[in-house]
Design a protein around this ligand. Structure first.
Ligand SMILES: Nc1ncnc2c1ncn2[C@@H]1O[C@H](COP(=O)(O)OP(=O)(O)OP(=O)(O)O)[C@@H](O)[C@H]1O
Ligand SMILES: [Mg+2]
Length: 278
């Protein structure tokens, strides 16, 4: 596998606190993949995200970005350029009063020349579907639009990978849908690796791989069609399966012959219709 991010036996605790937040955590993320990370509040997801671009360093074990050890300061600039981060609150990520300046900010800090910045900003705004807002004021946009501007700013850095920590948590359904569509476009059209931390099972369902963290350890790891059929195991980590799986499971209990693996809303509807017509 061509690995972009790798944790090897990483452990982490915050200064002046008891107990580790991450325990002996090992995880490899394949280049070009779309991975969802799930876990109950306080399980260590945001901490893990911060290890991925050297905002935090492991107490023991190693984290590698494209083979570069994050604890080696000589690689810091390169690591930050390759791993873009997007956080939950879009308002905290706005740095300018005009969209195009906001999108250009991080790339300018990397020393990208002005004519190249112009191209990157235009391309990034097109990718997130926000071209018409180029001269708007970011703080007047909707939450979903602000989050897409934040993503455009990361794309303008031309990263290999984008790590998003609950980017849709503060958005309405339309904003969530637009952000998810944008993430698929990044992965499918630009080949950017996506790591999405989320509390929304329907978003995790759209990933290639789902990693479940509990108490700083990986407890489930697999394709959504595999991980989400373990309803009882998920419940033991205070997580629920997607609504489609819960419905299919209840129908199975009631005697209907439907597969739990029909997880998308469309597949679920088809499976129920097929079972009812038998
Ligand atoms: N700066 C900090 N100092 C001390 N403890 C912290 C700090 N940040 C987080 N923690 C603790 O570390 C643990 C893991 O926190 P983290 O934010 O990584 O979890 P999370 O899975 O992202 O949670 P959430 O779903 O609420 O975002 C929690 O017990 C939290 O209280
Ligand atoms: Mg968090």
């Amino acid at each position: 596998m061509d690995t972009i991010l790798r944790c090897e036996h990483a452990a982490f605790h915050y200064p002046d606190t008891d107990g580790a937040v991450l325990h002996d955590l090992s995880l490899s993320i394949e280049r070009g993949s779309f991975t969802a990370v799930l876990g109950h509040n306080g399980s260590g997801k945001s901490t893990l995200a911060k290890l991925f671009n050297a905002i935090l360093l492991p107490d023991s074990g190693k984290v590698y970005v494209d083979g570069m050890d994050t604890s080696d300061e000589a690689h810091l600039f390169d690591i930050r350029r390759r791993i873009g981060m997007v956080f939950q609150n879009p308002d905290n990520q706005i740095v300018s009063s005009v969209v195009e300046e906001d999108v250009a900010f991080a790339a300018e800090n990397l020393g990208v020349p002005p004519d190249e910045i112009r191209r990157r900003v235009d391309d990034a705004l097109a990718t997130v579907g926000m071209t018409e807002f180029v001269r708007h004021a970011p703080h007047l946009l909707s939450g979903g639009q602000k989050q897409r501007i934040a993503i455009a700013g990361v794309i303008a850095m031309e990263p290999d990978c984008i790590v998003l920590d609950e980017p849709t948590a503060m958005l309405d359904p339309a904003g969530r849908r637009d952000v998810m569509q944008t993430l698929h476009r990044l992965r499918n059209e630009l080949g950017i690796t996506v790591v999405l931390i989320t509390h929304h099972m329907d978003e995790a369902l759209q990933a290639d791989r789902v990693v479940v963290i509990s108490d700083g350890r990986i407890v489930l790891d697999g394709a959504p069609g595999d991980v989400f059929t373990h309803c009882d195991t998920l419940a033991s980590y205070s997580l629920s399966a997607p609504e489609t799986v819960l419905l299919l499971s209840a129908l199975q209990d009631a005697g209907l012959d439907v597969p739990l693996t029909a997880m998308t809303p469309e597949a679920c509807a088809d499976a129920i219709a097929a079972a009812l017509s038998e």
